[in-house]
Design a protein around this ligand. Structure first.
Ligand SMILES: CC(=O)SCCNC(=O)CCNC(=O)[C@H](O)C(C)(C)COP(=O)(O)OP(=O)(O)OC[C@H]1O[C@@H](n2cnc3c(N)ncnc32)[C@H](O)[C@@H]1OP(=O)(O)O
Ligand SMILES: O=C([O-])CC(=O)C(=O)O
Length: 374
């Protein structure tokens, strides 16, 4: 039964299915993965434990984690045909389009033949997505063909090494770890719903993920971290940021990195990434971007009761780690692939094709006029 008050545009407030993977805005700090609170996971877990949890349903034991990480390490290499495709994508392409093409090409080369192969396909995507984006980025921007098979212990360190050609500091590796955990899963958000709709037709897992990447690309969803960065780096001080923001609000501009479709008062991921952004600011000696970000947060709450979502302080955090803005949303992909694919498996396990109805608002029935008489 649809709640009329909440229903309508954007399917807001309507239940579109069941999930055992995640709660958003219900218990604990407001976000849980398979019952585990996000703040505890971000504080204590490795991203690979979370990835294992989402694909296997339980946290790994120590030996399972060791084996799982060894498997991910062994899957970081790129097939030659995929390298060729990546080398042909222009430098000015959008990195999310590179991810979309990379995932789709992987599906051509390593097709999921039947659903029993899902976990192998998922592990491969988790392991190889950082290689895909960095191989393209370094080839198109620096003119080098990088070796993507590294010995780094974590997905986050692997990504940073490929990007910067050196092992990351312990702090940077930890921030990447936290970031990947925070972005891993979020119930029926737009990109996950895309993946589930695709899965409901019994399509293959690479098609589901390719579609989801397309949905995540938009600035109202994952693309907001890049859009937030574009905005804050234009501000020269906290006071100037406040003036500019007041003007934007006056003009009714949408402020990227603020607001949420489900959370009403805060996004539990914000307090976590904000803390790490502050640590990074101190580490790199920033005295502009972090204070500017904090002022934006204060102004938005004071003026509009709008709060930072997961994306806002990710912008400064990634920037402090020397990550180019256009790679921000691909990092989201590297993480959310775990949530998307868990939903694909959940959809498959209890499937009915997703096919809602529409209220018709077009013309009344009318008869066809021959083209010669129009
Ligand atoms: C990881 C993620 O994907 S988190 C989301 C990332 N996206 C962004 O940061 C983009 C900016 N934010 C937004 O566009 C929206 O807040 C969304 C898309 C996240 C949610 O959209 P909705 O569910 O429609 O928002 P909601 O119903 O809470 O909006 C209420 C009002 O606040 C306004 N509002 C919401 N967010 C913002 C914002 N960031 N800036 C200015 N106004 C806003 C809306 O325009 C709406 O006003 P209206 O009723 O006059 O149209
Ligand atoms: O849940 C949403 O609508 C968007 C979001 O925060 C996410 O996908 O992480």
């Amino acid at each position: 039964m649809v709640d009329k008050a909440l229903g309508g545009a954007g399917l807001r407030g309507q239940v579109a299915g069941e999930t055992a993977l995640c709660t958003v805005g219900k218990s604990g700090s407001g976000l849980t993965y398979c019952g585990y609170d996000i703040s505890e996971l971000a504080d204590k877990a490795q991203f690979e434990e979370v990835s294992f949890l989402l694909s296997r349903g339980e946290l790994p034991t120590e030996s399972e984690l060791t084996e799982y990480k060894a498997k991910l390490k062994s899957l970081r290499g790129l097939p030659d045909a995929l390298k060729t495709v990546l080398e042909n994508i222009p430098k000015d392409a959008h990195p999310m389009d590179v991810m979309r093409t990379g995932c789709s090409m992987l599906g051509n080369l390593e097709m999921e033949q039947d659903f029993s192969q899902a976990n192998d396909a998922i592990d491969r995507m988790v392991a190889v997505f950082p290689s895909i984006i960095c191989y393209w980025y370094r080839f198109s921007h620096d003119g080098v063909r990088i070796e993507t098979e590294t010995d780094d212990d974590s997905v986050g360190a692997h990504f940073l090494r490929l990007l910067h050609d050196e092992a990351p500091s312990a702090l940077f590796e930890q921030v990447m770890n936290v970031s990947l955990i925070l972005y891993a899963e979020h119930e029926f958000n737009a990109s996950t719903f895309t993946a589930r709709v695709c899965a409901s037709t019994l399509s293959d897992i690479h098609s589901c993920v390719t579609g989801a990447i397309g949905s995540l690309r938009g600035p109202l969803h994952g693309g907001a971290n890049e859009a937030a960065m574009d905005m804050i780096e234009g501000f020269t001080s906290a006071d100037q940021a406040e003036d500019a923001l007041m003007g934007m609000l006056e003009r009714k501009d949408k402020i990227m990195g603020f607001g949420h479709a489900i959370y009403r008062e805060s996004d539990p991921r914000n307090v976590i990434i904000k803390k790490w952004s502050e640590k990074l600011a101190a580490e790199v000696g920033d005295d502009v971007l972090y204070p500017v970000s904090v002022r934006c947060e204060e102004v938005m709450w004071r003026e509009k009761k709008l709060f930072c979502n997961a994306d806002f302080f990710h912008a400064s955090a990634y920037h402090f780690m020397g990550i180019p803005t256009k790679l921000f949303t691909p990092i989201f992909v590297m993480s959310r692939v775990t949530g998307w694919t868990a939903h694909v498996k959940e959809q498959r396990a209890n499937n009915r094709i997703i096919r809602p109805s529409a209220d018709y608002t077009g013309p009344e029935a009318r008869s066809y006029t021959l083209i010669s008489e129009r």
